[in-house]
Design a protein around this ligand. Structure first.
Ligand code: TEU
Ligand code: CA
Length: 555
């Protein structure tokens, strides 16, 4: 593998609406992020992905972009953004913008012009199709429920395509003019000095232009749009190659793809030396879950399911490139609550899971609050949820005759809003996130679970994450993380995650014990870090307490 500037780096994701509110309107903003740059630096992160901050009507929380080259006023101004960029750069932190180019907002000028004149140039940037037999052109189901087709107002039988909400019309990547407009926009941001892009929902940009649909996978007669995307997962390459040539490569930018269902045989094309992306997220668990049509049908994968997913991915990419390991993001519930046995959905479990995540091979992405060991928040009624997807999933439950209380439990376990509650900075009202009531509820335990409290405690999850990142980037281990290979360690216990990363004769070993019982492991190794002070080595026997992790080495 060719060495790249971003090898060995650690990334952090910010959900801007919920990170820090500087002007007390209840919504996080860019000045809020600036005020916390020192905090981010204290974690020693290198790359900062910020979820969309562009002008948006927020039908899907900014993933519906109305203007790609302006900042939404709720977040601040372009001047604020440039200040952020400069100050981050001074701390050696690269800014990664979220690039949402499978679709835009229905309030984007392109879509407005398209609707105003169906023969306009802009109309060719979208997919308009005639209905079939009085119905939609095909039977695909949108990611957020219902048809992917929406009727064009004041037209008899004409529809436009939207894989996500109806306010997010899909962009027609087969149109060269549109592609060039997007590439110009990317270059405009790269010229400003951003480090790169996180590329949203990118596998969806290829469409089968026959629009013939798929066999139904549920009683509504529809089939998941994701099944169509998966079917054509090998065909996006031409577009992505062009995107590299015309933008990313020119700047040696970092790009991280939200690329679902990449075929194992195509991984080299995606993240190999001349791959379409610098890296892609390891979303293999989501690929399994998304085979189901609703939260209520999704299996509970548990820690064993999580282990199987990350191990399979790590083994697949060992000789190819770097994936980005995650335990959660803005589309997921909190990893501590979702992945761990009930007993370990606490500080101990958070540290052990953090050890697994931060020390895997690749570019780990830490999601805001993860470093505090944030758990899910208790939402008491459907009205407390905000996410468009939460509402559609709730409806799916009700339609399937699931009672209201059970539907609420299902959302509490799986909703995207779990990741979107405000970052708790201290124990003051609203967790020090804002002085105004926030746009979404605050974590029920913010008085105990907050940055200020954890700063003051050397043994906190926050300080443990700092040690993990320091260790990973230390002189002693950095070569392992740049050039090393992953190997699973077989310990016959579903609740134990154990692996090594080795380069030449140097290796780091992680053993995380999520079992109810303590673990004993025989090996001639040194203890580098432990999430529980009671873990120890006597002769060649390593004692690992239940709900804890050890980091070992032969160096
Ligand atoms: O998500 C892509 C995607 O496919 C989602 O539907 C995902 O499967 C789902 O959120 C899991 O619950 C990206 C963004 O990350 C997401 O926030 C956006 O809503 C979506 O694209 C549309 O832009
Ligand atoms: Ca604000």
């Amino acid at each position: 593998m060719q060495e790249q500037w971003w090898h060995g780096k650690v990334a952090y994701q910010i959900y801007p609406k919920s990170f820090k509110d500087s002007n007390n309107d209840g919504i996080g903003d860019i000045q809020g992020i600036i005020s916390k740059l020192d905090y981010l630096k204290s974690l020693d992160i290198d790359l900062l992905w910020i979820s969309p901050i562009y002008v948006s009507p927020f039908k899907d929380q900014g993933y519906d972009i109305a203007d790609y080259q302006n900042i939404d006023p709720i977040f601040g101004s372009m001047t604020d953004f440039e200040e952020l960029l400069t100050k981050a750069k001074a701390l050696d932190i690269g800014i990664i913008m979220d690039l949402v180019i499978n679709h835009c907002s229905n309030e984007h000028i392109w879509f407005k012009r398209a609707l105003a004149d169906l023969n306009s140039q802009e109309a060719s940037y979208f997919y308009f199709k005639q209905g079939k037999d009085g119905k939609e052109p095909d039977n695909l189901r949108s990611y957020f429920g219902g048809s992917v087709w929406e009727k064009v107002p004041n037209q008899d039988n004409l529809y436009y395509l939207h894989y996500f909400t109806k306010e997010q019309p899909d962009l027609n990547w087969f149109n060269e003019d549109l592609r060039n407009k997007l590439f110009e926009m990317m270059n405009w941001w790269l010229d400003k000095g951003i480090a790169g892009f996180r590329v949203d929902a990118i596998m969806n940009i290829y469409k089968d232009l026959t629009f013939s649909g798929l066999s139904p996978d549920d009683i509504d007669g529809r089939a998941n749009a994701s099944s169509m995307t998966k079917l054509h997962a090998d065909k996006v390459g031409t577009f992505l190659h062009e995107m590299n040539t015309k933008t990313l490569n020119k700047y040696n930018a970092f790009s991280i793809g939200e690329a679902f269902d990449v075929r194992p045989s195509d991984l080299d094309k995606f993240i190999g030396d001349n791959g379409y992306f610098s890296s892609i997220f390891d979303l293999s668990f989501r690929e399994i879950l998304e085979k189901c049509n609703g939260y209520y049908q999704m299996p509970s994968l548990g820690i064993k399911g999580f282990k199987d997913c990350i191990f399979t991915t790590q083994q697949r990419v060992n000789d190819i490139g770097f994936v980005a390991p995650i335990i959660e993001n803005h589309d997921e519930p909190r990893g501590v609550s979702y992945w761990l046995p009930y007993q370990w959905q606490n500080e101990q479990g958070a540290k052990a899971l953090g050890t697994v995540n931060v020390l895997l091979r690749g570019i780990p992405f830490i999601y805001q609050g993860q470093e505090l060991g944030m758990t899910n928040t208790r939402f008491n009624s459907i009205y407390e949820f905000d996410d468009v997807n939460a509402k559609s999933e709730y409806q799916k439950c009700i339609d399937a005759n699931i009672g209201e209380q059970e539907a609420l439990d299902i959302l509490n376990k799986q909703s995207r809003d779990q990741a979107r509650v405000p970052m708790p900075w201290d124990d003051s009202l609203f967790g020090g996130f804002s002085k105004h009531i926030p746009w979404i509820k605050v974590h029920h335990d913010y008085q105990n679970l907050n940055v200020k409290k954890q700063e003051a405690n050397l043994n906190s999850t926050l300080n443990y994450y700092r040690r993990l990142i320091k260790l990973r980037k230390s002189k002693k281990f950095i070569d392992i993380y740049k050039y090393g290979k992953f190997e699973a360690i077989n310990i016959d216990n579903d609740n134990v995650i154990a692996y090594s990363i080795a380069y030449q004769n140097k290796a780091i070993y992680v053993i995380a014990n999520f079992d109810a019982k303590d673990l004993v492991y025989e090996a001639n190794l040194k203890l580098e870090l432990s999430s529980n002070s009671q873990n120890c080595i006597q002769d060649k026997t390593i004692y690992i307490k239940a709900g804890s992790a050890v980091v070992l080495t032969n160096i």
